[in-house]
Structures are given as C-alpha cells and as structure tokens.
Design a protein around this ligand. Structure first.
Ligand code: A3P
Length: 248
C-alpha cells in the first residue's frame, strides 16, 4: 500500500504527456480556435497547439494511441488536457473511436448559425482558391433558381448538425457534450467561457480582465501575456484567417 501511495504521489507532480480528457470536436468555423485559445489561458488546462486529426485520418489513427499521446503537451495528473480537431464532428467513425479511447472524455462543440457557418467556410475556400470559384449561391445549390441545396457539398452537409449529432449520441450521453454558442463567444466571451469552465469542473479563472475589444479587428482578443527576457508580448488576437469579411 505504501508503494501505491508513493506511486500516486509521484504521478501528482510528474509532468508527462497524457491522452486528452476533453476534446473540441467541432464545429468547423464555429469559433473553435477562439475557444481553445481562451481555455489555454486557464492554469489547469494544457491545450494541444495543433489539430492532430487523429480520429478522422486513417494514416494518423494507425500510428496508435501512444503516438496520439506523444502529440499532447506535458501536464500534471490534475490538469485537463485538451485537443481540438473540428473534423471529428463530421467523421462518422470518430464517436466510436473516441469512446474506445475514453468513454468519459468531455466533448465541446462550438455551434453557429449554419448559414453563416457555410458562408464562413466558403470565404475560407474562396481565399484558398484565389477567388477562382462559383458564387456562393451557385456553389451550395443545384438548380438555376438556387432553391435546392447541393447535398453533396461538404459546406452544406457540415451544417446539418443533427445528422452528425445523432452519431455522437449513440456513444455519449448528452450530459457529456457541452455546446458553445459561437455567436455569444464573439459578443460575450466571458459568459460563454465561464460555462465551459463549469462544465469541465475547472476552478473559476476566466473573467473580464482576460479580454479586450480590438476595434481594428472587430473582435474580442485576449490580453497579451507579457513574456520574460524582454521578448515582445504575443498578440492575443486571432490570426487574419479568423474573422474574415463575409462579402459574397
Ligand atoms: P469568420 O472568419 O467567418 O468570422 P474556427 O476557429 O472554428 O475556424 O472559427 C472561425 C470563426 O471564429 C470566425 O469566423 C469568427 O467569427 C469566430 N470567432 C469567435 N471568436 C473570435 C475571436 N475572438 N476572434 C476572431 N474570430 C472569432
């Protein structure tokens, strides 16, 4: 028993990589980057800085859970380790594979008006293709009157939230999934983030002092953390690819 006690005590203070106990599974363009960046400010959260695409890409999944774990930042036993890959939400097999990793993992989903979400996705693609694409209406519909949605378009299908959600509910109870209102995350990030804190069982940390409104960007930004060694503070605003104009 003594040995067991010592083992546990060591684990408490040992920095190591661990599998995530919370995941931001989507929704693409719902505000997932803003969400994870805010959470990363919490002292008890360790956020994976990149999208690992473990449960949606076969070539990654076959590298195994040890590989996935090695992608995580180091943490202590009582930290929450979180990864975000918005593609998980729309990947049919992801709920099963995630449940297999951990049936108790907490799931976060940032939702947004599906039409605005589609426009946001289109704006991203438009930029990637340097504008060489059909108009939004032509892109998402099948008929000249633009009345019939093109059901093969991923921009359309991603927004039919209920079809994907049903998949998740086959494996996880609704209480284990927390929905973040993407519009509110922009208007009132403190309120939205405090309910995330509560859901994750985190000590209250997030408050008004963490944010300021950046007039130029037109979005809330995190107050930059001052760095040691005279390095310049990192901007707390998201990159230019977040908060693009939606002119169609
Ligand atoms: P737009 O670029 O269409 O405005 P994701 O990170 O999931 O790709 O979501 C991107 C969206 O996050 C942006 O869509 C933007 O509206 C939203 N968002 C929420 N909070 C933001 C913030 N503080 N700064 C910039 N964008 C934010």
């Amino acid at each position: 028993n003594d040995e067991l006690y010592i083992d546990n005590a060591e684990n408490e203070t040992e920095w190591q990589t661990r599998l995530p106990n919370a995941l931001i599974i989507g929704i693409r363009k719902g505000g997932t980057r803003a969400l994870i960046d805010s959470l990363a400010r919490h002292p008890s959260v360790r956020a994976c800085p990149r999208e690992v695409h473990f449960f949606d890409r076969r070539e990654n999944y076959q590298l195994g859970l040890d590989w996935y774990k090695s992608q995580m930042p180091r943490s202590l036993n009582n930290h929450i380790t979180i990864e975000k890959t918005p593609a998980y939400f729309v990947t049919e097999d992801a709920p099963r594979l995630i449940h297999k990793m951990s049936p108790s993992v907490k799931l976060l989903v940032a939702v947004r008006d599906p039409t605005v979400r589609a426009i946001s996705d289109y704006a991203q693609l438009f930029e990637k293709l340097h504008g060489k694409m059909k108009s939004f209406e032509e892109y998402v519909t099948d008929d000249p009157q633009h009345r019939m949605l093109r059901t093969l378009s991923k921009i359309v299908t991603t927004g039919v939230y209920v079809t994907h959600l049903k998949n998740w509910l086959r494996y996880f109870p609704l209480e284990q999934i927390h929905f973040i209102n993407g519009e509110e995350l922009v208007k009132n990030p403190v309120h939205e983030m405090q309910s995330v804190e509560k859901f994750l069982g985190l000590k209250p940390f997030i408050n008004e002092e963490l944010y300021y409104y950046n007039e130029t960007k037109g979005f809330p930004c995190l107050v930059p953390v001052s760095k040691k060694n005279g390095e310049q503070a990192v901007s707390g605003c998201l990159s230019e690819t977040k908060g693009r104009p939606h002119h169609l």
